[in-house]
Design a protein around this ligand. Sequence first.
Ligand code: NAD
Length: 390
Amino acid sequence: MAPVPQKQQLEGEETIPEKDSSSSNSHEVLMKSKVTVVGSGNWGSVAAKLIASNTIKLSSFHDEVRMWVFEETLPTGEKLTEVINRTNENVKYLPGIKLGKNVVADPDLEHAVKDASMLVFVTPHQFMEGICRRLVGKIKGDVQAISLIKGMEVKMEGPCMISTLISEKLGINCCVLMGANIANEIAVEKFSEATVGYREDKEVAERWVRLFSTPYFLVSAVQDVEGVELCGTLKNVVAIGAGLVDGLEMGNNTKAAIMRIGLREMRAFSKLMFSSVRDSTFFESCGVADLITTCLGGRNRKVAEAFAKNGGKRCFDELEAELLQGQKLQGVSTAKEVYEVLSHRGWLELFPLFTTVHEICIGRLPPSAIVEYSEHTPKFSLVEGSAQYY
Ligand SMILES: NC(=O)c1ccc[n+]([C@@H]2O[C@H](COP(=O)([O-])OP(=O)(O)OC[C@H]3O[C@@H](n4cnc5c(N)ncnc54)[C@H](O)[C@@H]3O)[C@@H](O)[C@H]2O)c1
């Protein structure tokens, strides 16, 4: 098992006693939070590892972390859950990393969430509507949730963030955790930061901060769920643009320009959608830091680079299957969802980068269109007051 990190004291945080089995009593056992991770891909497995390293140390949590696994049969003929529970490794999505002996893989969704008081949602966003439907009436009433999921659902009335979907479908409070977090780097305990976004209850946010924080994973909380979640979601669209620039070998200045224009559109979109979104959120790990890491190293960048290198002739679905081995791309579907929102509101010309990325993804424009901005300056006249966000 990986060495257990030392407990970290966060500013303004109450001191949580380290675990001591001799001091536990029945009241304490009743009060302990029980954590289930819903999802077990690359990031889901790393999240389970982080959490498990803390639940085993902190007396306010049960040691065991249940992890719901979308069951798969491996090429060896074995079930993925059986292999995870035997080897303590997710051999398909996070090979070579021990999750912690207190992580238990469970293929039965309802069983996995039955006793949980804290639910961590971390699946590709397209599966969440179905998962929520299956969970209605199956979870405890006082459960708290957090979403690590990037993406959104598009409805006629506008975007529905995944945390809102969870809150509305299940009738529970849902925070979010986003940041510059490429899972494979955190898996080998390289230092990074993350941001928890919460709505009202700061105490709940601090409980999530305690559950995730380690000396190599610094978490802070901000009162801006939509801002944090939109940062995490929209940066994947910008990363597609950055990957196209890489595939076209246009160099660092061009990529930096795409990132800057992208950040500006991220902020404008977020603030036009939700006036509560704070400027300061874009300077947290979930904002500019996540944008940078995703444009330098993430899977969206990688697949978009291959798309441009192939002159747009091989579609994203085919490249995703070939390059990601079961992992899911978010940027292409998010670009489509954002485009639908913009198109529905008549705002396409206010967001030239987001619009162009989608049109390249569907083959309407060539990859080289990613830098044809001279005639695409945002049309502020479309929305009164929008110029202030640029
Ligand atoms: N990987 C990262 O570096 C990273 C970092 C931050 C956030 N995220 C976000 O975390 C979320 C989860 O990503 P991930 O990297 O853990 O997953 P992944 O892309 O590595 O793996 C896909 C997962 O989806 C599961 N799956 C396949 N079909 C399914 C179905 N029909 N129903 C339910 N599940 C199904 C697979 O079993 C697997 O667990 C995404 O929103 C992603 O954007 C990922």
